[in-house]
Design a binder for this molecule. Structure first.
Ligand SMILES: [Zn+2]
Length: 272
């Protein structure tokens, strides 16, 4: 069972960080939260990467943890567990992320969006069901694109976003707008954030990214025209980098690092 509190996963003190994707025995959680267990938002959902059930529960943001417990931010856990090779949402890490996505969705979908009645769980599928008006609400998944822009001379564009840690450079990303194709999102975000035009936009890989509810779709594109011109709003700096002279990169476990690694390993070359 995965026990969440806000953006963190609750663990026993003696559980090493590396053990967090395995979850905790349900009995352990039930014992530790004997008093509060009935108030926990507990859920069970089918796994999507194979047979099995994923158990999760959420503590209130301010609920005190019993002695012997600690929390670790889910994002920190993700980069700790990932070697940068897999981002496809499978295996223990993928199950932890699925549980986290659903835990947040349950909190955000506590009430019916039409009539305000407290939702229940639909008996027949993974949905919230309004007992008053019958409205069903499904887990929300928001598509976002992230793109590695390749220069004809072998360099790639990396940018520093204001939200990043100091000195970290990564790829250009943004949310898909209603009515927009993913390729159009790629071109628009790049134009808006760094003033470049791109061509040959190509899908590479996707990653469930429940922070809070994204699906990251990773693309590669070729630079067509323009010089990097950071928008100054989100992007503070953007430069072409060659593989032998890189800035600090995002941590493992993200599709951005996966795309950067693929470029460094020569897997993203375009035919001329
Ligand atoms: Zn309703």
């Amino acid at each position: 069972m995965f026990l969440f509190q806000g953006g963190s996963l609750a663990l026993r003190d003696e559980t090493p960080d590396a053990g967090l994707a395995q979850g905790l025995p349900r009995e352990t959680v039930r014992e530790a939260f004997r008093e509060a267990f009935k108030d926990l938002d507990a859920f069970e959902i089918p796994a999507v990467d194979g047979p099995g059930t994923i158990y999760g529960a959420s503590l209130g943001e301010k609920d005190p943890l019993p002695p012997g417990w600690r929390t670790i931010p889910v994002r920190q856990g993700l980069s700790l567990l990932s070697a940068g090779k897999t981002v496809d949402g499978r295996g223990p890490v993928g199950r932890m992320l699925r549980a986290y996505h659903i835990a947040q969705w349950r909190r955000d979908a506590a009430f019916c969006g039409s009539c305000g009645t407290r939702n229940t769980d639909a008996p027949d599928e993974l949905a919230r069901l309004c007992p008053a008006c019958g409205r069903r609400e499904y887990p929300r998944i928001s598509p976002a694109v992230i793109t590695i822009i390749l220069h004809g001379d072998g360099r790639a564009l990396l940018a520093h976003n204001k939200k990043f840690a100091p000195g970290v450079y990564s790829l250009i990303a943004g949310f898909n707008e209603a009515g927009e194709s993913l390729e159009a999102t790629v071109a628009r975000e790049i134009r808006e954030e760094v003033g470049l035009e791109v061509r040959d936009i190509r899908y590479i890989a996707s990653q469930p990214w429940p922070f809070p509810n994204s699906l990251m779709l990773g693309f590669a594109a070729r630079h067509a025209s323009g010089e990097p011109r950071p928008d100054g709003v989100e992007i503070e700096d953007a430069q072409w980098f060659s593989p032998d002279k890189l800035p600090q990169l995002p941590g493992n476990g993200s599709v951005s690092r996966y795309l950067i690694n693929a470029w460094l390993e020569g897997k993203l070359s375009f035919s001329p």
